[in-house]
Design a protein around this ligand. Structure first.
Ligand SMILES: [Zn+2]
Ligand SMILES: [Zn+2]
Length: 252
């Protein structure tokens, strides 16, 4: 069975001209799972599936560039596109609370009517039809996870936001494709530690994990994309691409 990844949003931290924030649609044999729901990403999601067709959402962490569109999704499913069952929302600590906190008081108590929220942490797993997700510890300031997404023996590893480290290497071990954040490129001196990866850091994770292909995403607005690509290619021997909104990648 093949796994299809559609990039809904590839911008790092904030929208950029013509580029929205983190969102990735994984589909396999009629099952559709959304990974992250950053600013603007669900406008692109709805080009492919309706809310009623979505089988689940997995969110990496509470930063709004990874979850804010679920506020709009709440209203869409509550009023415009009601579902027959609640939408599973699997996310680490603080995500559901963040979203509830953004709803007005007359709506917040209906959150659990729309979402079936489940808190996940490293070591937990989710199953949505043939799509299996295993969560790994991610080095990033709020509670955060990286995701190893499997369909049969096809494996997509998604870093979420991460400064790298052994959890991400384990998550990506032997993956067909590593979808990895590369917020920065170039000289790392002066950058904060424990927050994000450079393109070189992403490539080093790809090499250590022995993945087949590397797809760089979450490139920050002030980062030179060409430099990021060059830098990653210098430090990872396999194919490297930059994620582009609406690009489709098939793992077959
Ligand atoms: Zn982010
Ligand atoms: Zn973040």
């Amino acid at each position: 069975m093949s796994l299809t990844l559609t990039v809904l949003g590839s911008a790092g931290s904030h929208p950029q001209a013509g580029r929205v924030c983190s969102g990735y649609l994984v589909t396999a044999d009629g099952t559709s799972v959304l990974l992250d729901a950053g600013n603007g990403s669900t406008a692109n999601l709805l080009r492919f599936v309706d809310w009623s067709e979505l089988d689940g959402v997995a969110v990496s962490h509470r930063h709004v560039d990874h979850c804010i569109d679920l506020v709009g999704a709440f209203y869409a499913m509550r009023f415009a596109a009601p579902r027959s069952e609640r939408l599973p929302l699997h996310a680490p600590a603080e995500v559901a609370e963040t979203l509830r906190g953004l709803l007005s008081s007359d709506s917040a108590h209906r959150f659990d009517d729309v979402f079936a929220a489940r808190e996940v942490a490293a070591g937990d797993r989710s199953s949505f039809g043939p799509v299996e997700i295993e969560y790994f510890a991610s080095e990033h300031p709020p509670p955060s996870v990286s995701m190893r997404v499997s369909v049969d023996d096809r494996v997509l590893a998604y870093s979420g936001d991460s400064a790298g480290g052994p959890g991400l290497v384990e998550c990506a071990s032997g993956a067909d494709l590593l979808l990895c954040e590369a917020s920065w490129a170039g000289d790392p001196s002066g950058l904060p530690t424990g927050v994000h990866l450079t393109a070189r850091g992403a490539a080093e994770v790809a090499t250590a994990a022995g993945v087949d292909r590397l797809l760089l995403t979450h490139v920050a607005g002030g980062t030179d994309r060409d430099l990021a690509l060059r830098e990653a290619r210098e430090h990872f021997a396999g194919p490297v691409e930059l994620a582009e909104d609406l690009a489709v990648h098939r793992l077959a």
